[in-house]
Design a protein around this ligand. Structure first.
Ligand code: DOR
Length: 434
């Protein structure tokens, strides 16, 4: 529990509509005030003159891999990657081994995070036992153990009747269900977006309709049950339109978009490293849902800016080198996203919008203040979670320097603008690049 004053930066706190030069004063790990700059400071000070200071980012969708896949990531390395990316909260998806489908599994994550994590970890529990899609997990046991949402992410809940029941129970538990919206019969065997690039490369594609049919089903079930459905990693113009129409009708539907779906297209599969001008087949651009067309990207950006899409989430999906260093069909899906999220978002949307959609917006989307009062804001009494950023600083993505064990990014060698300078969690500096 530490005292720290972040001095003289431009403080952006979208939750409170605050945008002015100020000192952020944290005592005993908690925000006590946004003070006029130049006042007396107690404890450690960070000079943020010329920089932007905002609430620590909140990621509602990350794969930390522990337990079970510690060669890809651990709670220690994943939270270090989060801190480097400016995130002070990460919600951990349950596709671990064992899957997070019991109170014991939740407790393991919370204990490991307390012992080895450098930022806050909020577990997400499974919808179905073992994420197998056959039988509901013990949702109320999971809620009591502290999960903030239910999801079988990595896989959809394909059985619509089971999804309906899950929504009914989750609604009673006031805990949202996050669906990886994908119709397996349409996606089967697909390894990238179905379009001209997949045709040219001779790869099987996943059509936009694989997502859109599932989003339409989820919206119908939200209407039937009155319970909230949150659509993970939305990626197509058609899905954005479905969510827009559902919201216009007042249905309880929310959605997130990843930094990569806001910025990259299916052409990234072609344009990765290659020898002698050969087509690249860049496995680092293989992700689920796949990178789509420029029109889809534009629709995701527009949807995020008009609040059809509620927030940004990284879908940080670290993999080991050998999982990607193979033929395209065999490669694992996913992008290691925590450490490039801010800079990538800033290539698509203005700073103020990015900060809002990385802080209070995700916190509100999953109603995380029920678990952590004040999260995603610099309100008096909020956790002392602060990120200091230099929106103008240019840097080159060098995956080998990532804190994440997952070096899998299609951005290697790209120069981006917008750097995290320091991250403070509960009043303690957990990342410092000054
Ligand atoms: O690309 C992805 N990777 N999409 C998912 O839904 C799961 C994730 C993973 O766990 O690797």
């Amino acid at each position: 529990m530490s005292d720290i004053t972040v001095r003289g930066g431009r403080v952006l706190d979208p939750a409170n509509g605050f945008d002015a030069v100020a000192d952020v004063v944290v005592r005993k790990g908690v925000v006590v005030e946004l003070a006029k700059p130049g006042g007396k400071a107690s404890g450690e000070t960070i000079d943020a003159a010329g920089l932007v200071v905002c609430p620590g980012f909140v990621d509602i969708h990350a794969h930390l891999r522990e337990p079970g896949f510690e060669h890809k990531e651990t709670i220690a390395t994943g939270t270090q990657a989060a801190a480097r990316g400016g995130f002070t909260t990460v919600c951990a998806m349950p596709n671990t081994e064992p899957a997070t489908d019991s109170a014991g599994a939740v407790e393991f994550i919370l204990r490991t995070a307390a012992a080895k994590g450098v930022v806050r970890v909020l577990p997400i529990g499974c919808v179905t036992k073992g994420r197998a899609g056959h039988e509901l997990a013990e949702l109320s046991e999971l809620a009591d153990a502290g999960v903030v949402a239910f999801s079988d992410d990595g896989a959809p809940v394909t059985d619509a009747a089971l999804m309906r029941r899950a929504l009914e129970y989750a609604g009673m538990l006031q805990t949202p269900v996050i669906d990886h919206a994908e119709e397996p019969a349409l996606a089967a065997g697909g390894v990238m977006h179905e379009g001209w690039v997949s045709t040219r490369l001779g790869l099987r594609g996943v059509p936009a309709a694989a997502e859109e049919t599932a989003v339409a089903r989820d919206i119908a079930l939200a209407e039937t049950t009155g319970s909230r459905v949150h659509i993970a990693h939305i990626s197509t113009a058609g899905s954005v339109e479905l969510v827009r129409a559902a919201k216009a009708r007042g249905l309880p539907v929310t959605a997130e978009v990843t930094p990569h779906h806001l910025t990259l297209t299916h052409e990234a599969v072609l344009t990765g490293p290659s020898e002698g001008g050969a087509l690249a087949y860049d496995t680092n651009a293989k992700v689920n849902p796949p990178l789509r067309t420029p029109e889809d990207v534009a629709a995701c950006v527009a949807g995020l800016l008009d609040a059809t899409i509620d927030c940004i989430a990284t879908d940080h999906a670290p993999h080991a080198t050998q999982d990607k260093l193979c033929e395209f069909d065999a490669a694992a899906m996913g992008i290691s996203g925590l450490e490039t999220a801010l800079a990538l978002c800033l290539t698509a949307i203005p700073l103020e919008a990015a900060v809002e959609r990385l802080t209070i917006a995700p916190a509100t989307t999953l109603e995380l203040a029920r678990h952590v009062p004040g999260i995603g804001s610099l309100s008096k009494g909020a956790p002392g979670d602060v990120v200091i950023i230099d929106p103008e600083a240019e840097w080159t993505v060098e995956p080998e320097t990532f804190a994440s064990l997952g070096k899998n990014t299609p951005l290697a060698g790209r120069t981006l603008k917008g750097r995290v300078v320091a991250t403070v969690y509960g009043g303690k500096v957990v990342y410092d690049a000054r």
